[in-house]
Design a protein around this ligand. Sequence first.
Ligand SMILES: Nc1ncnc2c1ncn2[C@@H]1O[C@H](COP(=O)(O)OP(=O)(O)OP(=O)(O)O)[C@@H](O)[C@H]1O
Length: 359
Amino acid sequence: MAKITLSNLRHSYYPNPSSPSDYALKEIDLDWSDGGAYALLGPSGCGKSTLLNIISGLLVPSEGRILFDGQDVTELAPDKRNIAQVFQFPVIYDTMSVYDNLAFPLRNRGRDEDTVRSRVMAIAEMLEVTDMLDQKAAGLSPDNKQKISMGRGLVREDVNVVMFDEPLTVIDPHLKWKLRSKLKELHQRVKATMIYVTHDQTEALTFADQVVVMQLGEVVQIGTPVELFERPAHTFVGHFIGSPGMNVLPCEVSAGQAMLGGQPVALEGPIQGEAKGQTEIGIRPEFVSLAETGLPATVTKVSDLGRHMVVEADLNGTTVSAVINGTPPEKGAQVHLQFRPDQTRLYVDGWIATNPQEG
Ligand SMILES: Nc1ncnc2c1ncn2[C@@H]1O[C@H](COP(=O)(O)OP(=O)(O)OP(=O)(O)O)[C@@H](O)[C@H]1O
C-alpha cells in the first residue's frame, strides 16, 4: 500500500483554459496516508471522476503531479500503477465460478495456487460468500455480483490503493447499510489505502476516517465525519452534510457584532478579519431551540421524523429549521428561537470566519 500525494493538481478538458471556470479541477493539494480510509464526497459534476481518473492514470492532469510513496507516477500508464478499482456496476466473468473470479487478479500476476487459495478463502470469508465459491457467477443476484466485484478489488495484497467508485449503486436499498458496514470492517481487516467516491453523505460518513468534500472542482474541507458535522469550514459542507442541513442565515455585521433582523446574535467566538463580503450565520438545526425569549419567528411547517420533530419557522423572510424533542408548536404559532452560542458561527463569502472562544 502507498501514501498518495496530489501536488498542485489542476485539470481542464479545454486546450487553452483561461478562467477558473474552465477547470474541472482547480488547484488540488492532498496527501492520502498509507492504509487510510478516505471518501471523496460531492455532488454530481464537482470533479470526483476527474480526480479518480487522474489517480488511476486514465487522465494526465493539465498541471501538477501525482506521487505514490514519493515516486512521480503522473505520466505512468494505468496498468503500471498497481491499483485496484471497483466500479458502479459489477465487473466479473459470468462464465467463471465465483472462486475463479476472485482468483483471477492473483493468477493474472502469476501467484502460486497455494497463495491464490489462501487469499481467495480469506476474502470469501470476509465477504460471507464462501458458500457460493463453486457457483457460476452468471447465476448470482446483482448484489452478490457486486460483492464478488469488491472481492476482486480486495484480493491482492500488493496494490497501492483500492478505489471504489459509487460501488453501492446497484445494491438493493435494504442491503446497502449491510454492505456499507461490511466495507468499513474490511478496511479494518485488510488495512489497504482505500478511496471511496460517492455523492451520498451516509456512505461517505460510514466508510471513511477522513472525508474530502468537493464542490465545483475544489476541495472545500477535509476532516473526520465529526469535524465536518461540528465545524463545517464552508456553508456548502454545512448544507451538504446533516439532515436537515445547517441553517445558513444572511446577517449584518456591525462593529464586530452579528445582527439578525436588528437583534444581536452571540457567536462561538470573535470574528476573524474584516467580515467584508456576503455575511451569513451558520447554525445546525440540532442547536436551535424554542424558548420564551429570543428571535421572534412564525412556525411554517412541522415534520415528524420518527426520532425527533423538525420545526421550520420564518425569521424575517428566512426559514430556520430546529430539531425538537417533545411536543412541537402548531403551524402558524409565534415562537422565539434561541441559538446555542458555542455552535453559532459566522461565514464570510461561504468560508468560516469565527474561531471558538478560548477556555
Ligand atoms: N470528457 C469531458 N470533456 C469536457 N468536460 C468534462 C468531461 N468530463 C467531465 N467534464 C466536466 O468536468 C466537470 C467535473 O466532472 P466529473 O465527471 O469529474 O464530476 P463528478 O463529480 O464525477 O460527477 P458525476 O458524479 O456526475 O460523475 C463537470 O463540469 C463535467 O461537465
